[in-house]
Design a protein around this ligand. Sequence first.
Ligand SMILES: [Zn+2]
Ligand SMILES: [Zn+2]
Ligand SMILES: [Zn+2]
Length: 490
Amino acid sequence: MARPRKQGDATRWPVPCGRCGEHHQSVANWPDGGVCGYCYQRAKRTRGTCTCGHQGVLPGRIDGYPACRRCSGVKLNIDCKTCGAEDELYRGGRCQRCELAVIVDRILTNPETGVMAAELVPVAAALKLMKRSNSGVTWIRQRHVTAFLKDLAMAPTITHEKLDELPGADRTRNFIRGLLVEHGALPRRDELAVRYNQWATGALERVSTGEHRDVVRRYIRWHLQRRMNQMETVPHGTFLRSKQTVTVAIEFLNWLHDHGFALEELRQEHLDAWLADGPSTRSLVDRFIPWAIKCRLVDPDLTIARHRRGTSPKLSASEQDAAVERVVHTDELTVRDRAAAILVIVFGQHIEDVIQLTWDDVTVTDDLVTIRLGRTEFALPSPLDEPMRQLAAAPGNDLTASHPNSNWVFRGYSPGRHIHGASMRSRLKSVFGTRAARLGTLHELTKLGPVPIIADALGYHPSTIERHAIGSASTYAEYIGATRELRQIS
Ligand SMILES: [Zn+2]
Ligand SMILES: [Zn+2]
Ligand SMILES: [Zn+2]
């Protein structure tokens, strides 16, 4: 990292630096002249291929061009004591990568046996190969990370349960768990299902009576968790919704108890009163009541108006154009986020589907980028293809250890996982609300062509498109990419 540069002082250092020409203290006398501290630092970090063909650090200067030590005659210690590579040196005369390796081995070796657990060997290898070893060193030196890894190194056996027990921050725990799973040292388990289970155990304690607690326990076990168990992986939305459902059910049962009633005594007026004098989230009890009726816990004649989810806000055409403009032409978002945003905003796709794209679904050729989403396949016309091209060229997350063989297009922080819908949504929030953008897109697309063609191209049911078509103006909006796009597909 570059230090802020101090102002030069011509009185104290009358002879200017041979490289930058400013008046700073000279720290070395190299063949091309006196060199100030700033230029010395910069020289150590200059890498490339010298005219002689040598690849590595080029600290010297010949005719203003960087040159290797041999060609320039500059004397500088940049040979790593461990691997021999030319690099900036850190503790013990080691390069940053060798320093990282030493730290990883030290922390992950069990101090009592002097041996590293077999499960941890591939994890250690992955950590040593982090793309940016300086970030790796900074990460592993944090006190809570070091402590967590040292505890792990001492664990007699490494299991999911053992990881759950270790003290430490969840972020570190989840990252390390991901590495262990990714490298085959632990079986994959559905983290959200496990987290839901842990959350539910705590939530049950908030139920005021034992009888009601049993009801909630059954509801969780036989309704919510049963459904989760049938899913291959629990989506984040299901996890959040199931928490909200139980929270509202518990509040409702506690309210009932406070008014002196048990669930089997529930009458329509109780339900109506509860819904009438509380926040609108109370209406989510419409998930619990039908289940209670089905299980014959309450009067089957109870009715509850289905919770209206409201009309989602839509981006107007001009807001949408502005958003497309920002997504396509700025560096405000990362390449990954821009690629995702284009699929949502221009092609009207759900973010939950977009984040599940794998590189098998994307074809990049010199003149065309095509994406397959569900049954739909579409081409990204220029300039909409640019972010996806860049991503295909360098799909890596900063921490390569996280994704040794990952096929996800939109990689997340957790090893081997795609990014969460919720985190992608919040990343894109600065540009547009994803749901609003998707609905706005549908609205605009209906102006461009016959409903069945659009429906087919975008994989929507024609009636969904029709509803939007009714609300939209008949003028053909200038719409980046989409017009051309639809012609290509139809
Ligand atoms: Zn200088
Ligand atoms: Zn050279
Ligand atoms: Zn080294």
